[in-house]
Design a protein around this ligand. Structure first.
Ligand code: CA2
Length: 176
């Protein structure tokens, strides 16, 4: 089993104080940087995770990253996220995007807002990649921008969480 966890802070955050973002990577993404750079780029998963954790640190947020090759491990991770009061999830379900009702159900059950990320543009590839079991539940989807897509998703999460009121609702955006 491939299980990787990257976080500079081991301590559990006090709910409501420090934004807590979980980044979840699905199967085979541990191979990033070694094969198929035409689709997935040259960055390794460690490169991507380090950049995200570092951006979280600079914003005063806790960013945790996990990669699993097994559906059940990803589902367990989502359940644990709810128990840990994770505020936001950034997820690349990888191949499970197109197959996993079970992982979708886990995200729906926890109701943690999430952004779905794909390195490649799934709509410019084979037709079986055009359907996602996650997109209709996601706050948004980033597809085709390579590793930058994760950074954009994290920026969105941080902005979204900064706009929280102490009771967890969102401040309304000011019109300019
Ligand atoms: O574009 C994406 O991020 C995908 O989620 C990647 C999945 C694919 O099944 C989705 O349709 C789109 C595949 C991940 C496989 O990752 C590899 C990385 C390096 C080498 C080989 C596979």
């Amino acid at each position: 089993m491939t299980t990787k966890r990257t976080s500079r802070t081991a301590a559990k955050p006090v709910p409501g104080l420090r934004p807590h973002v979980l980044v979840l990577h699905g199967p085979n993404l541990n191979l990033l940087g070694s094969r198929e750079p035409n689709h997935y780029g040259l960055a390794t998963l460690d490169d991507i995770n380090r950049a995200l954790v570092s951006r979280g640190d600079s914003a005063g947020a806790q960013v945790e990253t996990f990669q699993h090759n097994h559906e059940g491990d990803l589902i367990d991770c989502v359940h644990q996220a709810a128990r840990d009061h994770v505020d936001f999830i950034v997820i690349n379900p990888a191949g499970f995007t197109h197959t996993s009702v079970a992982l979708r159900d886990a995200l729906a059950a926890t109701a943690i807002p999430f952004v779905e990320v794909h390195l490649s543009n799934i709509y410019a590839r084979e037709s079986f990649r055009h359907h996602s079991y996650f997109s209709d539940l996601a706050v948004g989807v980033v597809s085709g921008l390579g590793a930058h897509g994760y950074e954009l998703a994290l920026e969105y999460a941080l902005r979204h969480l900064q706009n929280r009121t102490p009771h967890g609702s969102q401040k309304t955006e000011k019109a300019h």
